[in-house]
Design a protein around this ligand. Structure first.
Ligand code: SF4
Length: 180
């Protein structure tokens, strides 16, 4: 099914998203090293229900991306030097991403799927397990949880991304919106 890009872009505009690029989701780089970094070095491992090990194996994540003909990288950048404000900002964006996913679905794209720009924080106390998640309808994984090499993927499309050395640097966050 040919995607009506104007229709999707009108949805993005409605929610104030103005930095994005159309991509072929098959070109999203999915790598084993990303999963390894989740398992060894991230405090969210096994404590957030949208993070490993609550997600499919790396090969399945890759296959999932390849099942879509169209998608977008959505870019959000913000300077916030307070970690708690960062979490609030990301939560607000993630709620908007759910609305976008829903609108795209209602526009006729039944496979519409949006990743969050952060781990899910819809609840103040995440259960840490998919089986006990308190909002399975709305929780979504971030791209890294799906083993997406965000650095390599967004760089391919000319978006900015850097290792942040402190909270005094601007964040660049990314969501994948898969459309078909
Ligand atoms: S909806 Fe709640 S319990 Fe489920 S992943 Fe998000 S924060 Fe965790």
């Amino acid at each position: 099914m040919e995607v009506n890009k104007e229709k999707i872009e009108a949805i993005l505009k409605k929610y104030g998203v103005d930095s994005y690029k159309w991509i072929n989701p098959g070109g999203v780089v999915v790598s084993q090293w990303v999963r390894m970094k989740c398992m060894f070095g991230c405090s969210s491992y096994n404590s957030n229900a949208t993070c490993p090990p609550n997600v499919p194996p790396v090969d399945d994540c890759r296959k999932f991306m390849q099942e879509y003909d169209s998608g977008l990288i959505l870019h959000f950048n913000k300077f916030l030097d307070n970690p708690e404000e960062r979490k609030e900002y990301c939560l607000g964006i993630n709620k908007i991403l759910l609305k976008i996913e829903r609108d795209v679905f209602l526009a006729g794209y039944h496979k519409s799927f949006s990743t969050f720009i952060d781990e899910c924080r819809l609840c103040s106390d995440c259960t840490g397990k998919r089986e006990t998640c308190k909002n399975t309808k709305d929780s979504r994984p971030g791209p890294e949880s799906l083993a997406v090499d965000v650095f390599k993927t967004v760089s391919k499309y000319g978006f900015p991304i850097n290792v942040l050395k402190g909270y005094n640097e601007e964040m660049n966050r990314y969501s994948l919106l898969l459309v078909e």
